[in-house]
Design a binder for this molecule. Structure first.
Ligand code: SF4
Ligand code: SF4
Length: 211
């Protein structure tokens, strides 16, 4: 995605501001274990809609305040003529599958439920089956990350799709040797498999295109 026509709102201390403001992760919320719903339990083991696997960025909506969210540490970019304000993923508030700014999270985060979550919460898919799908997706994310690193991409603060496209361009410019070309083929296949499970199980119409 292009960054043209966008101004950044500098987050203050990306890692610690949420804690400093007293925002607690779900793990530290007042909920007891028995109060955590089936859907929440699934999300606490997943995090794919926060970690840059599904989304490269998330648009702010009515009622969201860019400055306040930047104060909480989110990497907010103000919109220009062509784009709306948004924050980038992987989200800096995402901490081991928990949201460090849960009580203050943006509107889209409050509203979003992936297809897997809807099926699980609605009783159309057993929790165990949903967790297995989450586990498979996470294995695929881990493989894509490993291959990106093997190919010299260390930009772990960028969404996987962005990293993949940058890596593809870099290798295209440099004319890769055979072993690098083989690794890139492996990466392309791994990305294809990850996109497949995301499109099939989590987010039909996934807008983060890897190709
Ligand atoms: S991708 Fe779905 S299951 Fe995973 S954290 Fe997001 S809403 Fe929950
Ligand atoms: S603000 Fe919280 S819920 Fe929203 S993307 Fe970041 S970690 Fe996820």
């Amino acid at each position: 995605m292009s960054d043209r026509n966008v101004r950044a709102v500098a987050p203050k201390n990306r890692h610690c501001v949420a804690h400093a403001l007293g925002c607690r992760p779900l793990s530290e919320s007042l909920k007891s274990k028995s109060e955590i719903t089936r859907g929440e339990e699934l999300c606490l083991k997943c995090g794919l809609c926060c970690n840059g696997a599904i989304f490269a960025d998330v648009q702010l909506m009515a009622g969201d305040y860019a400055e306040s969210l930047a104060e909480l540490g989110l990497a907010v970019k103000l919109g220009g003529s062509a784009r709306k304000a948004r924050f980038l993923q992987p989200c800096v508030a995402h901490d081991g599958c928990r949201c460090r700014i849960y009580d203050k999270r943006p509107s889209y985060c409050r509203q979003f439920e992936c297809d897997l979550l809807k099926r699980c919460s609605g009783g159309r898919l057993a929790k165990e089956a949903a967790l297995e799908i989450v586990g498979t997706a996470q294995e695929r994310v881990a493989l894509v990350k490993k291959l990106l690193l093997d190919l010299g991409d260390t930009e772990i603060n960028l969404a996987l799709g962005v990293r993949f496209r940058r890596t593809a361009k870099r290798l295209e410019r440099g004319g890769p040797d055979q072993s690098t070309a083989d690794l890139f083929s492996e990466l392309t296949l791994a990305v294809h498999d990850l996109n497949g499970i995301i499109a099939e199980e989590f987010y039909p119409g996934n807008r983060q295109t890897f190709a």
